[in-house]
Design a protein around this ligand. Structure first.
Ligand SMILES: CC(=O)N[C@H]1[C@@H](OP(=O)(O)OP(=O)(O)OC[C@H]2O[C@@H](n3ccc(=O)[nH]c3=O)[C@H](O)[C@@H]2O)O[C@H](CO)[C@@H](O)[C@@H]1O
Ligand SMILES: C=C(OP(=O)(O)O)C(=O)O
Length: 421
């Protein structure tokens, strides 16, 4: 059992080093498995639990993987991939397991998906993925728990996503990259992580156009080859450190090449947080009271649902009433009850939450129900009086690398503990 213990009250000051993006590296590991020869090198890899699970999953299907932690580098040799089974005990522990399916289809002609995990956020359907594979010529047998996808070669087709699914877009691009002929994906996701994956696939020899427009065209090629690629910075990790500076009344410099916080920056600015860019470094400071805010989550370039929970903590510390409308997931307000245990006043009504601030937060024993509610509770702990203990820390470790060490370097009083329970 991992738990985080936070004693609040310290303003965070200093330089925060932003990790590589979880939601880019996971599809990139899936992409590396498409190369039948050679070694892929991924740099700026975040050392998070989801990456460890992805390494275990890749090894379980026969890939040779080296994770060089201090160099934040992964080396992947997929030449010996030999098992189509994504075993339940690994695959159910993270969402990224779904991104291994296209490689198995192309390399072995079938994928047996014994489960897909990820944060518990309400319904998380995969119908666009499987409908897309079917349109490309695969046979999909959806059992109660195991999904069997088979294809003796895929053929390009026109695909349409009802909503621009992030991993759905990545999976269908990877499936189309080695299909015969041309595939068009309409209503494709626009997230920067998807564009980074397209960049990597393009280096590998894929022919993809239209990334970032919502209409992606993929011309199938015969083979993809192993390449070196540097994972983009994690905008969610950056958003969390910006919020940590804001709600502790601190001043933090975010280091991460080409970092763009987009709408998160504008929303925090509306709340009174100051941003100042100096070349590749983004400075964040806040020394006045926070103003309330309205947030509507949306696909990119809208406000990222993954930062909705951390923003709820910031809103609880703002002077006045904030409104949050969650439009991506139907079960992403588990944080509210935990924040209320700490003294916040959050009222949830369906997909909307009203946050009445500012209420003084007090340390408490609280539960992370998913990765982002976990990090939101860490933020609450930084601003609370007394000690906050957050269980299960594993969920936080799924997406944030060396969190306690990076926050301690900024002056936070936070420890990561491992117990037997
Ligand atoms: C590993 C990874 O990249 N995870 C991210 C990815 O998850 P993920 O790719 O799972 O999220 P999606 O964009 O697919 O899902 C968004 C919404 O679309 C619905 N949907 C999706 C696919 C489908 O086939 N049918 C369907 O109905 C889902 O139920 C959900 O309500 O994007 C989410 C939304 O930005 C982020 O919160 C996750 O951090
Ligand atoms: C929902 C998330 O991740 P996953 O899709 O990996 O569960 C997240 O990163 O907040």
């Amino acid at each position: 059992m991992v738990r985080y213990r936070v004693r609040g009250g310290n303003a965070l000051r200093g330089t925060a080093f932003i990790q590589g993006a979880k939601n880019a590296v996971l599809p990139m590991i899936g992409a590396a498995l498409l190369a039948p020869k050679g070694r892929t090198v991924l740099r700026n890899v975040p050392i998070i639990e989801d990456v460890r699970r992805a390494v275990e999953l890749a090894e379980s299907i026969g890939a040779y993987v080296e994770l060089h932690e201090s160099e934040r580098t992964l080396v992947i040799d997929a030449s010996r991939v030999n098992s189509p089974v994504l075993p339940a005990e690994i695959a159910r522990r993270f969402r990224g397991s779904v991104l291994f399916t296209p490689a198995l289809l192309h390399r072995l002609g079938e994928a047996i998906v014994e489960g897909v995990g990820g944060c518990n956020l309400g319904s998380r359907n995969l119908d666009f993925h499987y409908l897309g594979y079917k349109r490309l010529g695969a046979i999909v047998d959806e059992g109660e728990t195991v999904i069997h996808v088979k294809a003796a070669g895929l053929t390009g087709a026109t695909l349409y996503l009802d909503t621009p699914s992030h991993t759905g877009t990545e999976n269908l691009i990877m499936a189309a990259a080695l299909a015969r002929g041309t595939t068009v994906i309409e209503n494709a996701a626009l997230e920067p992580e998807v564009l980074d994956v397209i960049d990597m696939l393009t280096k590998m020899g894929a022919r993809i156009s239209g990334g970032g427009t919502g209409f992606i065209t993929v011309e199938g090629v015969e083979e993809l080859h192993a390449v070196e690629h540097t994972v983009m910075p994690d905008r969610l990790d950056a958003g969390v450190f910006a919020m940590a500076a804001a709600l502790t009344g601190g001043e933090v410099s975010l280091v991460g090449t080409g970092l763009d916080l987009g709408v998160v920056r504008y929303k925090l600015e509306q709340m009174g947080v100051e941003f100042h860019r100096q070349g590749a470094v983004l400075h964040v400071r806040c020394d006045g009271p926070l103003r309330p805010i309205n947030i509507i989550t949306d696909t990119y370039p809208g406000f990222a649902t993954d930062l909705q929970s951390p923003m709820m903590t910031v809103a609880a510390l703002a002077e006045g009433t904030s409104y949050i409308h969650e439009r991506i997931f139907d079960g992403r307000f588990a944080l509210a009850g935990e924040l209320n245990k700490m003294g916040a006043n959050v009222e949830v009504d369906g997909s909307r939450a009203i946050v009445r601030g500012r209420t003084p937060l007090k340390g408490a024993e609280v539960t992370a129900h998913d990765l982002r509610s976990g990090i939101a509770l860490v933020l609450a702990g930084l601003a609370a009086e007394g000690e906050t203990v957050i269980d299960s820390g594993y969920l936080i470790d799924r997406g944030h690398a060396h969190l306690a060490a990076r926050m301690r370097a900024l002056g936070a009083d936070i420890t990561r503990e491992i117990s037997e329970r």
